[in-house]
Unconditional design. Structure first.
Length: 378
């Protein structure tokens, strides 16, 4: 190697994943809130009470300003953005906090980015507005037919994630000109909900849209090109879900490490078994790569304004790796892992539900391939 190439190598900047003071403060605050109000016992009680969401936890999130901290306060104060959202979502995943944080936070960022809906932004900060996100599915979507200065929405969505907890819906709908996104009340005329409990025991809903009236003032990014807001929002929803899954996997693995070090067979901890150690090591690699890919995607979305490849890649990895991690953690708990009342099982069903949210790994990989072929444009 020549001296010049050696100097270039030495002087090249290294990759830096350390958090700055504001990010670390946000992560610490989120960890404190979720760990104190998202305990196993409180989550189990909420499930049995069939509550649509954890009202006490949501109130504390609003009071502490976790979403406000993500938003720009001015040109010189950009807010903590997607990186901050990912840090909070990871802490939510660690405790299985039953609140619509990621969807409401992405909606708040979209309002801040595209303008409009200022009254909803105030409600989000106060905790009175909670938003669910509806994305097209493989077999179902919402279609918009032009009508006067607005559109009439018809169609259906099967997995309305946490919709019963929401006051508003962020709906992506298809038109002849392309994809648009509206932010409307959950009880707007023409919307019918069929509520059900998902794998995670959280409450979701199947939605039917029949003649739902939408005006230009309901749109996010009405002044931007068709499809721009929809693409912007989708990348951030997928990244936020990846961060949530990262936390679910990391905590499931932490609990499994503790269990396998305590559980003894033939006079020694099962963690000393080579097969157990190898599976746990693979799961650790999966959780670490998922998080690093996710926080990198969040950073790119904040700084590059695109980050489509990174976001879709992180989403695909979170689904593939998350599947492997929770199967490992459940298997290493033996028969206890399949016990519906065992807390490790909650992590398993949460991950299995999240790995099909807004598209499976296969669907996301097809989106990623299309972006790569199109030169990195979502």
């Amino acid at each position: 190697m020549s001296t010049a190439s050696m100097n270039n190598t030495i002087e090249s900047p290294s990759m830096e994943f350390a958090l700055d003071e504001d990010q670390q403060g946000l992560a610490d605050l989120a960890a404190q809130i979720f760990s104190s109000l998202g305990t196993d016992e409180l989550n189990a009680a909420g499930e049995k009470a069939r509550a649509a969401y954890d009202a006490a936890l949501w109130s504390q999130i609003a009071e502490s300003g976790l979403i406000d901290a993500l938003l720009p306060m001015g040109e010189d104060e950009p807010g903590l953005g997607m990186a901050g959202l990912a840090l909070v979502a990871r802490e939510q995943g660690r405790t299985l906090g039953r609140v619509p944080f990621i969807t409401t936070a992405v909606a708040a960022l979209a309002i801040a980015e595209f303008g409009g809906h200022e009254q909803l932004l105030e409600g989000i900060g106060a905790g009175s507005v909670r938003i669910a996100a509806l994305q097209p599915e493989v077999r179902r979507r919402v279609n918009g037919t032009a009508s006067g200065e607005g559109w009439v929405l018809d169609g259906a969505i099967e997995l309305g994630y946490l919709v019963p907890s929401a006051t508003h819906l962020m709906v992506q709908f298809h038109t002849e000109a392309g994809e648009l996104t509206a932010l409307i009340e959950a009880n707007r005329a023409g919307i019918t909900l069929d509520e059900y409990h998902g794998l995670s025991r959280q409450q979701h809903a199947e939605l039917a849209f029949a003649g739902v009236q939408v005006q230009a003032s309901d749109l996010i990014g009405a002044n931007r090109g068709t499809g721009q807001a929809a693409a912007w929002i989708r990348l951030r929803l997928l990244t936020a879900a990846a961060a949530l899954m990262s936390g679910v996997g990391a905590e499931a693995l932490r609990r499994t490490a503790a269990y396998t070090n305590e559980r003894k067979q033939f006079g020694r901890a099962i963690a000393t078994n080579q097969g157990v150690a190898l599976r746990a090591a693979d799961a650790f690699i999966d959780t670490e790569t998922t998080w690093l890919s996710t926080i990198d995607a969040a950073w790119q979305l904040d700084h590059d304004g695109d980050g489509a490849e990174a976001a879709l890649g992180a989403s695909w990895l979170a689904r593939e790796a998350g599947f492997r991690v929770v199967h490992t953690t459940q298997h290493l708990h033996g028969g206890m892992g399949a016990d519906l009342d065992n807390h490790i099982h909650r992590f398993f069903v949460w991950m299995r539900e999240l790995d099909v949210l807004w598209g499976t790994a296969g669907h996301v990989s097809e989106e990623l391939a299309a972006v790569i072929l199109d030169g990195g444009k979502a």
